[in-house]
Design a protein around this ligand. Structure first.
Ligand SMILES: C[S@@+](CC[C@H](N)C(=O)[O-])C[C@H]1O[C@@H](n2cnc3c(N)ncnc32)[C@H](O)[C@@H]1O
Length: 313
């Protein structure tokens, strides 16, 4: 009975698709990249069509003078559909809630070191301006504000921003958070700058990771830091972050993650380098099913996080 159920679940699984750049550890044979199965994250010149192309793979055409838009319509629709569940610790965002203390420990440790702050102080980030790009319902923005940071949370989904605003207003410590329904590239156009730019679990959902990283770079003051977390494009990540989390444990709605949109740590470091951002430290997050807790680890094979600084050119 159980095995029949498992078999039927597994039959509905998406097959991992090929990616443009091949990880040296990647076991599938190299194939001609297909525009459906891969997305650009290299800033190497791409063949240009003779006239402006119609919107493809869900990208929203940008109406501003900057041609680039990080928006991927189909990815945003997924988050819009579950926006009212952001603060349900047992709902679709359960993994983010569970991972939050671990990723905050990494952020506290690396950013306190970076800004010369005492990590044992209750509000170590006092006097610093942080932007949480793709903040969702604010589950990272709020603890950052509690640690003293002046936080701006931005998200492309209006409903997420509404939920984040309502929740932050419940507590005077979090109510000063500035929440905006906007994108990193629009903040760049407005010439906003921050001491730290954080984008956790967002880069795998944007239209063009390389351009997205350039926006993150432009938002960071020269002495500032960036923190990015994402999922590795490894077979282990396919098995755990997609098969187990989405299809077997139903932690996340099926289809939340596209395996081909994941980046390996090497690829992330490369596109950051091209955006004048230099990775200083990477760590993995590992889930222990016995304790149901996440731990910081040097195993980057599934979830990983990178703390980086701006390169002086
Ligand atoms: C997996 S959630 C992560 C939320 C939050 N960063 C966290 O880790 O708790 C991804 C979020 O990124 C937002 N998002 C996706 N693409 C975006 C873009 N181009 N600009 C701004 N937000 C975006 C989605 O709406 C969603 O809220």
């Amino acid at each position: 009975m159980v095995s029949k159920l498992l078999l039927s679940q597994l039959r509905t699984l998406p097959k991992p698709t090929h990616h443009r750049l091949i990880n040296p550890n990647f076991i599938f044979p190299l194939k001609t990249p297909s525009p459906i199965h891969s997305r650009p994250y290299s800033d190497s010149p791409q063949p240009q069509p003779p006239s402006p192309p119609p919107p493809t793979n869900g990208n929203i055409p940008n109406k501003t003078k900057n041609i680039y838009s990080s928006l991927n319509k189909s990815e945003l629709a997924k988050f819009s559909a579950i926006s009212d569940t952001w603060w349900d610790a047992e709902g679709p965002f359960k993994p983010l809630h569970a991972m939050n203390p671990t990723r905050l420990a990494f952020i506290r440790s690396t950013l306190c070191r970076h800004f010369g702050k005492d990590p044992y102080y209750a509000k170590p980030f006092e006097g610093l301006k942080f932007v949480d790009v793709g903040c969702g319902g604010g589950i990272l923005s709020e603890p950052l504000a509690r640690m003293g940071a002046t936080v701006t949370g931005i998200d492309a989904v209006e409903k997420n921003i509404k939920i984040a605003r309502l929740h932050a207003d419940l507590d005077p410590v979090t109510s000063p958070i500035e929440y905006l329904c906007t994108t990193a590239e629009k903040l760049v156009e407005e010439q906003r700058k921050f001491d730290a730019v954080l984008a956790l679990e967002v880069i795998e959902h944007v239209a063009d990771p390389a351009e997205f990283c350039k926006s993150l770079s432009a938002l960071t003051v020269p002495s500032g830091a960036t923190v990015i977390s994402t999922i590795n494009r490894s077979m282990r990540a396919y098995a755990t972050a997609i098969v187990v989390a989405e299809y077997l444990l139903h932690w996340l709605p099926k289809g939340t993650h596209q395996w081909s949109s994941f980046l390996t740590p090497e690829e992330l470091a490369l596109i950051l380098q091209r955006a004048s951002i230099s990775v200083q430290e990477m760590a993995g997050f590992v889930y222990d099913p016995l304790t149901e807790k996440w731990y910081i680890s040097d195993d980057l094979s599934v979830n990983f996080i990178a703390y980086s600084t701006i390169t002086n050119e």
